[in-house]
Design a protein around this ligand. Structure first.
Ligand SMILES: CC(C)=CCC/C(C)=C/CC/C(C)=C/CC/C(C)=C/COP(=O)(O)OP(=O)(O)O
Ligand SMILES: O=P(O)(O)OC[C@@H](O)CO
Ligand SMILES: [Mg+2]
Length: 239
C-alpha cells in the first residue's frame, strides 16, 4: 500500500503564489482534496516553502513537498513525505539524475522511508517546467505511453506523472499512458479548472492534480474539481 493509493485528487500549492483574498490554507485543506503537494518551478525559497508546510500541516490531510531542485528541500515535522520528480523526457540529464545526485551528496537528513519518486513526462512546451528542464514535449501518444512503460518496467517507478502544467492536456494521451501501467499509479496535472475537466481526466488518471486554480480562482472552484474527480471514480470503480 502506497500513501497515494487512495488519493483521487491533490491540490498543489505554489509557495511563490498567493491565495485568493480572504481564503486560508485551512479553507484549501477543507475542499475535499486528498492531499496537499507543495512546490513550483520558479521562485522557491526555504522560507516560502516552510510557511506553506507549517500552515497546511495543522490539518488532517497528508502534506508532501515536491521540490523543484536540490536546494528546495525543506525538512519539517509537519511533512508526511517527499515526492521527488525525475523528468524522463528532459533535454538535460541533470533533471533525470544530476540534481538528485547533488541532493544526496549535500543533504544529510534524507528520510528514504518517506521519499518517493515521480516519473514526470512534461508535455506543455510553454510551461516553466518544460523550459527549465528543456523537455522534448513534441511526443505522440505512443511515445508518451512508451515512456510510461519504460518508467514502470525498466526503472521501477510507482508514479508516472503526465504534466501539462498550465494547459489541459489530451485525454487520449493520458489513456494511452494509463493502459501501459500495471501497478504504477498515473498522476495527471495541468489545466484542470472545473467539474468537467476533472471528471474527464479522472477517467484515465488515478490521481488528478489541481495547481493554479487554487491561486487564480480559489477554493469554491477547487471543490468543483474534487466533485468531478470523485464522481468519475465512483462511476468507474467496481462496487
Ligand atoms: C533532487 C530534487 C530534490 C529535486 C529534483 C526535482 C526535479 C527533477 C525537478 C524538475 C522540475 C519539476 C518537475 C518540478 C516539479 C514542480 C512543478 C512541475 C511545478 C509546476 O511548475 P510550473 O507550473 O511549470 O511553474 P510555475 O507555476 O512556477 O511557473
Ligand atoms: O497548475 P495546473 O495547470 O493546474 O497544473 C498542475 C500541476 O500539474 C503543475 O505541476
Ligand atoms: Mg504552475
Amino acid at each position: 500500500m502506497n500513501p497515494w493509493d487512495d488519493w483521487d485528487h491533490i491540490v498543489k500549492i505554489d509557495p511563490d503564489k498567493t491565495l485568493i483574498d480572504g481564503e486560508t490554507f485551512e479553507d484549501v485543506c477543507a475542499t475535499g482534496t486528498d492531499a496537499i503537494a507543495v512546490g513550483g518551478t520558479t521562485g522557491m525559497t526555504e522560507e516560502k516553502m516552510s510557511r506553506v508546510i507549517e500552515a497546511c500541516g495543522k490539518y488532517q490531510l497528508p502534506v508532501y513537498i515536491e521540490p523543484s531542485h536540490d536546494g528546495a528541500v525543506v525538512h519539517s515535522d509537519a511533512l508526511d513525505g517527499y515526492l521527488i520528480p525525475v523528468v524522463f523526457n528532459a533535454g538535460d540529464v541533470a533533471w533525470t539524475t544530476g540534481v538528485h545526485k547533488e541532493w544526496v551528496r549535500l543533504d544529510g537528513d534524507i528520510n528514504w522511508e518517506k521519499t518517493f519518486t515521480e516519473a514526470y513526462i512534461v508535455l506543455n512546451p510553454d510551461s516553466s517546467v518544460a523550459t527549465v528542464t528543456e523537455s522534448n514535449c513534441d511526443l505522440e501518444a505512443d511515445e508518451v505511453a512508451s515512456y510510461a512503460e519504460v518508467a514502470e518496467k525498466m526503472f521501477g517507478q510507482q508514479i508516472v506523472y503526465i504534466e501539462y502544467s498550465g494547459t489541459l492536456g489530451d485525454p487520449e494521451i493520458v489513456q494511452a499512458a494509463h493502459e501501459t501501467l500495471d501497478t504504477a499509479s498515473l498522476f495527471y496535472g495541468g489545466g484542470i479548472h472545473d467539474y468537467d475537466s476533472a471528471h474527464e481526466m479522472a477517467q484515465h488518471a488515478d490521481t488528478v492534480i489541481v495547481g493554479d486554480l487554487v491561486h487564480d480562482e480559489g477554493v469554491d472552484a477547487v471543490r468543483e474539481t474534487v466533485k468531478g474527480a470523485n464522481d468519475m471514480k465512483r462511476e468507474i470503480r467496481p462496487s
